[in-house]
Write a protein that binds this ligand. Structure first.
Ligand code: DHB
Length: 393
């Protein structure tokens, strides 16, 4: 038997789950199809910074309770270079905006719990292999679940299935334009059972490469090191990681990096990617399915949230007024914000990392840019506004 729903959502990561929650609150029915099992989705380690706008929406849709209890509010970041440091104060430079440290995995757990308690159907282990009929009135999703082939027909299909997802391929090849940059370095990310050595995140530029000190709780630190592409985490002993972090964070004064047991190690590639448009007929893309940013600046999750906020608003407008005006504007509305975040993430990445092929001239430009941020409230405000997040519109 063929089932029908208003909105078929492919992918149960943060984008798909938040969209399902927002649609549920507007009385729009949907089905979420997630290829992985629940355990996997709830365990995978991802980013940890939520912008003001993302937090506002999580709260207003009922997913803010644990975030407000356990999330850490941050009013700035510290930049380090040439053994000196400079704090960028977000509320002072942005008219009161701030960010929260609360891991993506925790957001996902909270949204799954809400969805299973009173939301629309959420199927784990549902492998979508085709999205057909994007330019018809009834696009169809074909998937395999519990060993059986199934079909879901929809008014709209939303691809929240990430960079490797199948939804993008429902757009005709000739209608798509992609933009891409791959960086000549990766991040080695660790979790460690040790209290953070800082109150706010530290982004460090050093001749040895970039390092980032983040955190997950008052007892757990999250740290990242720039490493060459193709690095095997097994080549990095705990001692080697801590020694390298210590060298890259070195600063004048009596700051000290506390060490502790490393509980997880993984290498993350760095990529910028955008596909345009984000809509074809009745199939729309959101989050990593449409765009990837390198992690420096923590925009990925927030950008995915902004897409689905715009989309939920557009679908609610259609339901209430019968007008597709907001839906028709979806791709252009999102892409303006996407390109801003692409630029900011590229800027943070290229200003703070050491490209193995870079010249002394390139390094001097990086230092000059960091000096400028320290010297000028205008330059610092540009960073702060982008980091804390622009209005969603
Ligand atoms: C984290 C990740 C980022 O990419 C970043 O810029 C800041 C923090 C994190 O995982 O905590």
């Amino acid at each position: 038997m063929q089932h029908h729903t208003t909105v078929g959502i492919i992918g149960g990561g943060p984008a798909g789950l938040l969209l399902a929650r927002l649609l549920h609150n507007h009385g729009i029915d949907c089905v979420v199809l997630e290829s992985r099992e629940r355990d996997y989705v709830e365990q995978r380690q991802r980013a940890g910074i939520l912008e003001q706008g993302t937090v506002d929406v999580l709260r207003s849709c009922g997913a803010g309770e644990r975030l407000d209890r356990e999330g850490l509010v941050h009013d700035g970041i510290e930049l380090r270079w040439n053994r000196r440091s400079h704090r960028v104060d977000f509320p002072a430079l942005t008219g009161g905006r701030r960010v929260w440290v609360y891991a993506q995995t925790e957001v996902v757990k909270d949204l799954i719990a809400l969805q299973l308690a009173d939301g629309a159907p959420l199927l784990f282990g549902a492998h979508v292999h085709a999205v057909e009929g994007a330019d018809t009135d009834r696009p169809v999703v074909r998937y395999r679940h519990e060993g059986r082939e199934k079909t879901l027909s929809c008014d709209y299909v939303i691809g929240c299935d990430g960079f490797h997802g199948v939804t993008r391929s429902a757009f005709p090849e000739q209608a798509r334009r992609t933009y891409e940059r791959v960086y000549p370095f990766s991040w080695l990310g660790i979790l460690a059972d040790v209290a953070p050595s800082c109150e706010e995140l530290i982004y460090a530029h050093s001749p040895r490469g970039f390092a980032l000190h983040s955190m997950r709780s008052p007892e757990v630190s999250r740290l990242y090191l720039q490493v060459p592409n193709g690095t095997d985490p097994a080549d990095w002993s705990d001692e080697r990681i801590w020694d390298e972090l210590e060298a890259r964070f070195a600063v004048d004064g009596d700051w000290k990096l506390e060490r502790g047991p490393v509980t997880s190690k993984a290498v993350l590639p760095m990529r910028s990617f955008v596909t345009e448009p984000m809509r074809w007929g009745r199939v729309l893309l959101a989050g990593d399915a449409a765009h990837i940013v390198p992690p420096t600046g923590a925009k990925g999750l927030n950008l995915a949230a902004a897409d689905v906020i715009v989309l939920a608003r557009a679908l609610a407008h259609l339901k209430e007024t019968g007008s597709t005006a907001l839906l028709d504007a979806y791709s252009d509305t999102c892409l303006r914000r996407v390109w801003r975040a692409e630029h900011f993430s590229w800027f943070m990445t290229t200003t703070l990392h050491t490209d193995p092929a870079q010249s002394d001239f390139d390094t001097r430009l990086q230092i000059s840019q960091l000096d400028r941020i320290a010297a000028s409230p205008h330059a610092a405000a540009e960073l702060a506004e982008n980091y804390a997040g622009l209005e969603i519109g």
